[in-house]
Design a protein around this ligand. Structure first.
Ligand code: PEP
Length: 249
C-alpha cells in the first residue's frame, strides 16, 4: 500500500460524459507533469463508464485511479452492480464507500460495512465517508451520528488495517455558491472527535476532510490538526484550478 504525506482525491461524480472525462484526465496529467507538487498523492475518481479509458491515460502518470462506489459481492446475478474485483482489474487503487450522496439514495450503515470489507479483500484502499445532515447538526446530533456511522462502518475491521476516513458534513457538500460551509473551527472539532474515537480501535488510518473545498479555502482547512488530505468534488472539475488547489495544500 502506498505511503503518502498528503492526499487529494477528486470525485468527478456524474458530472461528465466519457469524452469530457478523458479530456480532463489528459489535461491533468500534462499540467501535473509541469508543476512541482512534491510527494502529494493525487487520486481521480471518474464515473464507472469512464474508468477504463481514464485508467489508460493515468497509467504512465503519477495520478492514481479510484472508483466512486462498488458492490460487495465478487460476482453473480447482481444486475447493474460492479464488483471490487472488476475495479481492481481495471486499475483502481482506491474506492469511495458510503458517500453521503449514496447514503441519501438509501445506502445503510450495514451495506457500507459490507462494501468496506469487500474493498479491503481486493487490497484496495477504502475511503469511508461520514457526515451529519443539517437537521442532525441543528438538533445537536452531529457527534452521535458520526460515531454511529463510524462504529457500524468499521465492524470486523482489524486493528492495523489501512483505510481513509473522510469527514464530510452533508450540508457543506456542493454548497460553495450558497456560502453554507462548515467553519474551520467546527470542522476541526469534529475531526478531533473522530480521531480520538478511531484511535481507540485502529492504528493505521488517515483522516481527510471534504465539503466545498476550493483552491482558496484549502489553505485554511489544511491547518486543521490531523487532516491528511481532502476529498474534492466541484473544484476538481477544471484542471488548471484543481492543480492550483493541489499546490496550495
Ligand atoms: C464530495 O463529493 O465529496 C465533495 C466534497 O464535493 P464538493 O467538493 O463539491 O462539495
Amino acid at each position: 500500500m502506498k505511503k503518502f504525506s498528503k492526499i487529494i482525491i477528486a470525485n468527478w461524480k456524474m458530472q461528465m460524459d466519457s469524452e469530457e472525462s478523458i479530456a480532463l484526465a489528459v489535461k491533468l496529467v500534462k499540467l501535473l507533469a509541469k508543476n512541482n507538487i512534491g510527494k502529494k498523492e493525487i487520486v481521480v475518481c471518474p464515473s464507472f463508464l469512464a474508468l477504463s479509458e481514464v485508467a489508460k491515460i493515468l497509467k504512465p502518470s503519477r495520478i492514481s485511479l479510484g472508483a466512486q462506489d462498488t458492490f460487495y459481492q465478487e460476482e453473480g446475478a447482481f444486475t447493474g452492480e460492479v464488483s471490487p474485483e472488476n475495479l481492481k482489474e481495471i486499475g483502481c487503487q482506491y474506492v469511495i464507500v458510503g458517500h453521503s450522496e449514496r447514503r441519501a439514495m438509501g445506502e445503510t450503515d450495514k451495506l457500507i460495512n459490507k462494501k468496506f470489507l469487500a474493498v479491503l479483500k481486493e487490497k484496495m484502499l477504502p475511503i469511508i465517508c461520514v457526515g451529519e445532515t443539517l437537521a442532525e447538526r441543528k438538533s445537536g446530533q452531529s457527534e452521535k451520528v458520526i460515531l454511529r456511522q463510524i462504529n457500524k462502518a468499521t465492524l470486523g475491521i482489524s486493528k492495523n488495517q489501512n483505510f481513509i476516513l473522510a469527514y464530510e458534513p452533508v450540508w457543506s457538500i456542493s454548497t460553495s455558491n450558497s456560502g453554507q460551509v462548515i467553519s474551520v473551527l467546527e470542522a476541526s472539532k469534529m475531526i478531533s472527535l473522530i480521531k480520538i474515537n478511531l484511535s481507540k480501535k485502529f492504528t493505521n488510518f488517515s483522516l481527510i476532510y471534504g465539503g466545498s473545498v476550493d483552491k482558496k479555502s484549502i489553505v485554511n482547512f489544511a491547518k486543521i490538526k490531523g487532516v491528511k488530505g481532502f476529498l474534492v468534488g466541484g473544484a476538481s472539475l477544471k484542471a488548471k484550478s484543481f492543480v492550483e488547489l493541489i499546490k496550495n495544500l
